[in-house]
Design a protein around this ligand. Structure first.
Ligand code: NAP
Length: 255
């Protein structure tokens, strides 16, 4: 266990698996108490909590399916109860907006209004509402980190809706960085490239191989490759970084 975040509290949305889980583990390893948020997979979230506790850290799970009515209220009700139980307070030092709905990648002509609404509800509207709600809990020198995507920087027509939603998330970073600077709160985006989140698709050679070639290092990113960048932004070492978009793509955008 390290101690860069000792005494801090964090919420990582969508930390039942993938990058979110690695981020929750990384923050906890530095001493933070972590609220492990999940949408539908309570068991996976509990596995994240168990892994953190096995590492000697502290965590609790909070469920709320973003994009459904009342989800943000439910999330904060459970978050505040968990924080109170573990700290006798409701201070939230670090918010990581990581949960996202991905998109099958239909031709742009085929995208339905329902798909458009779902992606924007989960990837853009929910992070805004979570950030807005968290502002009452985040103290001076708090940290907000939004997990965006490299597809905001390159043209991938089948991913246009997902990319639009992540572009909206980057606007959240830009404008809230200015808005919250007087409180010493930093707001940044992290842009992962293709990252092996354990999903079936990434284990298929016909997908894994070409995706690996995107990075300058000719491999897929691991969740920890991205999580380490997020943990850095959460620490005091990153106090002079705000409103920025950190590339965590392993050089996938070098051209
Ligand atoms: P992932 O493995 O697909 O996990 C997504 C997480 O978000 C899960 O914990 C899931 O929880 C949660 N989630 C999804 N929809 C939700 C909803 N409606 N309500 C509540 N929680 C929900 O994700 P990942 O690949 O690690 O990606 C993490 C972040 O990095 C995302 O923001 C993603 O857009 C971004 N990113 C990923 C890649 C990549 O190649 N993996 C590339 C660029 C950017 P449940 O399972 O419990 O529902």
């Amino acid at each position: 266990m390290n101690s860069k975040l000792r005494g801090k509290t964090a919420l990582v949305t969508g930390s039942s698996r993938g990058v979110g889980r690695a981020t929750a583990r990384g923050l906890a390893r530095e001493g933070a108490l972590v609220a492990v948020h999940y949408g539908g997979d309570e068991q996976a979230a509990q596995e994240t909590v168990d892994l953190i506790e096995k590492d000697g850290g502290r965590a609790f799970a909070v469920g709320a399916e973003l994009g459904t009515p009342g989800a943000v209220d439910q999330l904060f009700h459970r978050l505040e109860a968990g924080l109170r139980e573990h700290t006798d307070d409701t201070v939230l030092d670090i918010l990581v907006n990581n949960a996202a709905a991905t998109f099958a990648g239909d031709a742009p002509e085929e995208v339905s209004t329902e798909q458009l609404d779902k992606i924007f509800e989960v990837n853009a509207k929910a992070p805004f509402l979570i950030l807005q709600r968290a502002l009452g809990l985040i103290p001076e020198r708090g940290r907000i980190i939004n997990i965006s995507s490299a597809v905001t920087r390159i043209a991938m027509p089948p991913q246009v809706v997902y990319a639009m939603s992540k572009g909206a998330l980057d606007q959240l970073t830009l404008h809230f960085a200015r808005h919250l600077a007087p409180r010493g709160i930093t707001v940044n985006s992290v842009l992962p490239g293709a990252t092996d989140n354990g999903s079936v698709a990434f284990q298929m050679p016909e997908i894994r191989e070409p995706m690996s070639q995107l990075s300058a290092f000719k491999r897929l990113g691991e969740p920890a490759d991205v999580a380490d960048v997020v943990v850095f932004l959460a620490t005091d070492q990153a106090r002079w970084v705000t409103g920025s978009s950190l590339d965590a793509t392993g050089g996938s955008l070098l051209g």
